[in-house]
Design a protein around this ligand. Structure first.
Ligand SMILES: Nc1nc2c(c(=O)[nH]1)N[C@H]1C(S)=C(S)[C@@H](COP(=O)(O)O)O[C@H]1N2
Ligand SMILES: [Mo]
Length: 394
């Protein structure tokens, strides 16, 4: 047995009286101790990202997965996986249904996929003029292995009608104001995305219960789409007969201008569109930026590349500010919507300062810009190339 808040085994768990909750969760009610090494952007609500060199694993470990909270997460002591329920309702569900987490696990085939989730605001800190919100640099992304049941399989038992257009989620977290009538966030995806094989109601990550901060005991995972569509602490799914209009579905939230706008423009809501699949992007996870390397010797560089739909076709690396590029070796994705590992070697010809740049291209020929792309009011979708600094010394 492990505690959801702290990623450590409870050594004498077999001797704990039945029903007793580990005190540890009370000492760390926010589960923060499990997020060692992450950079805290905000602690009310908690938002934390991973520095790039801590995302070097093929499969993102729990302690390296970013945290993006819009409200206050439920307290560990208030979450009981044994009694947790998921309701399914909405205009396109004739009769509301309730499933316990136990029923979900028993009645539906478990599926495991490695799925990339990236906050739409990842990279926001580079926009000018700046956009308000968490100033994410590069670390609001991760690709753990999720286990759960297909949303599609569960919806198939709910007699969803032809009126279905969109799903929406509701979680157990609470609004920052403390007002119980307000939702911190309630987003969703069109039916086509909801019904994909990889869209999961996930209860485990990397073979363990979900970490508290990442949605324990149940969350939606919509790989490749803005992670804001992957509802945490999931209690209710609605199947809507229109585009879901929950909190942060409307106005400027998770929307970008339909057409390019000048930086700093005011954009009317009617000219904004909902962000769907995330753009092509990559990260250099080794070496760590600022590394000192031997001049003339061969060195490894590696990272990940991903895109919200389709797959990565190539990754190129440059050590001369993009004048020349060298193709990296690219691994296939373990499944759809998982990031892909790339690696290359390079030599730095003489002593001095260099930058190593990486650029991914997807199977539709779309690639990453060198500098921040299309400014937008809330600072979403910055997929500019990642760069690291390296110093060569003989
Ligand atoms: N219930 C709930 N679900 C949520 C959120 C939230 O605040 N509450 N934040 C969303 C946003 S904006 C993101 S980017 C992802 C972050 O997932 P993570 O914290 O597991 O990395 O969760 C999404 N799901
Ligand atoms: Mo997000």
């Amino acid at each position: 047995m492990t505690s959801a808040g702290l990623a450590a085994p409870i050594v004498f768990s077999d001797r704990m009286p039945p029903g007793m909750r580990p005190l540890l969760d009370l000492q760390d009610p926010q589960g923060l101790a499990s997020k060692d090494g992450l950079r805290m952007l905000n602690d009310r609500p908690i938002n934390a990202e991973a520095p790039p060199h801590l995302l070097d694993d093929d499969v993102t470990p729990a302690n390296r997965l970013f945290v993006r909270n819009n409200g206050h997460p439920p307290a560990a002591a208030d979450i009981d996986p044994d009694t947790w329920q998921l309701q399914v309702g909405g205009e396109a569900v004739p009769e509301e249904k309730t499933f316990t987490l136990k029923e979900l696990k028993e009645r539906f085939t478990p599926r495991t996929y490695q799925l990339t989730i990236e906050c739409a605001g990842n990279g926001r800190s580079e926009f000018s003029p700046p956009a308000t919100g968490n100033q994410w640099t590069t670390g609001a992304v991760g690709c753990p292995r999720w286990t759960g049941v297909r949303l599609r399989d569960v919806l198939a038992e709910c007699n969803v009608t032809d009126a279905a257009v969109y799903i929406g989620y509701y979680g157990a977290d609470t609004h920052l104001s403390g007002d119980p009538a307000k939702d911190p966030i309630s987003r969703g995806v069109p039916m086509q995305k909801a019904l994909e094989d990889e869209t999961l109601l996930a209860y485990a990550m990397n073979g363990e219960p979900l970490p508290l901060l990442n949605g324990h005991p149940l969350r939606l995972v919509c790989g490749g789409w803005p992670a804001s569509t992957s509802g945490k602490w999931l209690q209710r799914i609605v199947v809507r007969d229109r585009v879901h209009d929950g909190v942060k579905m409307t106005g400027k939230a998770y929307r970008v201008p339909k057409r390019p706008v000048a930086p700093g423009s005011k954009v009317p809501d009617a000219d904004m569109r909902i962000i769907e699949a995330m753009p092509v992007k990559s990260l250099v996870t080794f070496p760590k930026s600022g590394v000192v390397l031997k001049t003339g010797a061969e060195h490894d560089v590696r990272g990940h590349a991903w895109v919200g739909d389709g797959s990565i076709q190539r990754v190129d690396v440059s050590i001369d500010f993009g004048s020349t590029w060298q193709p990296a070796e690219l691994s296939p994705a373990p499944n759809r919507l998982a990031w892909q590992r790339w690696r290359a070697t390079f030599r730095l010809p003489q002593d001095g300062y260099y930058e190593v740049w990486a650029r991914a291209t997807d199977d539709q020929g779309r690639s990453q810009p060198m500098i921040v792309p299309g400014w937008n009011p809330k600072g979403y979708l910055n997929n500019a190339c990642h760069r690291i600094a390296a110093l060569a010394q003989s």
